[in-house]
Design a protein around this ligand. Structure first.
Ligand code: EPU
Length: 300
């Protein structure tokens, strides 16, 4: 078995719900937590040679895990956490570093760029993989390069122009794993001004979004020229509950796990939003949440 070679970084039979911000999901057969880039290279090479397709997971903030669990291994970026910041604003961050931590740290040093991610949860590798952003900007504007281990187990360094960056999209192939994010930040004219701006944006987020519940952040991408939250709201769906999941009463683009929600509850709510918004406004919502596939294992 592949896991025998990686005993020190593999855990068996893990609750997938604990790996995601929405706290939903069955059991994961294997979870690997590589500590170095070499670990990632060895692991992905082994998977390739055995024909295993792993799932790569960052902070799990935009992910819905299946109720049935996963037989395929999940590879976590969580332990890739080394950080270097030079005086000129070049940041080299392990993919598992918390985005909010890095936003606060760089703004505290008077470095601007990452502050546009005020209030974005998850890890910096995941943020780079899906071009996380807010109305103030996107992470790609600050990305110098990404260190990636491909599905084939090969190391690559990509510049954003080598990929296909767009709104909440990096173009990185599924199964490729970001191990480090290199950012080019800019010394702010006023450190105090930068901190004030960050604090104001965080306050704005706390007032307009359900920041304390179990949720995914936004479930849909904003359609061109409009906001998914506004459309779900106008369709009269705020507060709508299915099972133990509900559309937030505060913001229409958030689904909340009220406790014990299942992936099926969430999928039914997302389908309801898609259907009602299409009917009412002729707009097809596009999911930002990544739905992990049901297990490939045989039953029993
Ligand atoms: N609105 C409503 N009803 C609602 C929610 C929103 O009418 O229930 C209206 C608002 O009044 C506003 C417009 O819709 O006029 C946009 O809403 P908001 O300012 O809350 O921003 P958003 O477009 O819904 C985006 C990002 C968020 C980010 C915020 C703040 C997307 C999909 N969402 O939300 O990012 O935090 O701006 O910068 O791009 C995420 O991507 O996971 C995310 C949470």
């Amino acid at each position: 078995m592949w896991d025998a070679a990686f005993l020190d970084i593999v855990t068996r039979d893990v609750a997938l719900s604990g790996l995601t911000s929405v706290r939903i999901g069955g059991r994961g057969a294997w979870v690997a937590t590589p500590r170095t880039e070499q670990d990632v290279v060895a692991l992905l090479n082994r998977f390739r040679s055995e024909g295993i397709e792993p799932w790569i997971l960052g902070g799990g903030t935009n992910v819905l895990m299946p109720d049935e669990g996963l037989e395929a291994p999940v590879v976590l970026a969580a332990e890739l956490r080394t950080l270097e910041i030079d005086g000129a604003g070049l940041v080299s961050a392990g993919a598992g570093i918390g985005t909010a931590h890095l936003v606060a740290k760089t703004a505290g040093l008077g470095l601007a760029g990452l502050h546009v991610l005020a209030g974005v949860p998850g890890q910096i590798g995941g943020a780079a993989a899906m071009n996380a952003g807010t109305k103030h900007g996107e992470i790609v504007e600050s990305i110098e390069a990404l260190d990636v281990v491909t599905r084939q187990g090969e190391r690559r360094r990509y510049r954003p122009r080598d990929l296909d960056y767009g709104y909440r999209r990096s173009g990185l192939a599924g199964g490729d794993m970001i191990t480090r994010v290199h950012l080019r930040l800019v010394p702010a004219e006023s450190k105090a001004g930068l901190r004030k701006l960050l604090a104001a944006w965080l306050k704005d987020k706390q007032e307009s979004q359900p920041v304390k519940s179990w949720n995914f952040g936004c479930m849909f991408k904003n359609p061109p020229g409009d906001a998914a939250g506004r459309l779900v709201d106008r369709a009269g769906l705020k507060g709508r509950r299915i099972g133990n999941a509900a559309i937030s009463a505060r913001h229409g683009n958030f689904i909340e796990n009220l406790g014990g929600a299942t992936a099926a509850d969430v999928l039914a709510l997302m389908a309801l939003c898609e259907e009602r918004v299409a009917e009412a406004f002729g707009v097809q919502l596009e999911r930002e949440v990544r739905v992990f596939q049901p297990p490939v294992c045989s039953p029993g």
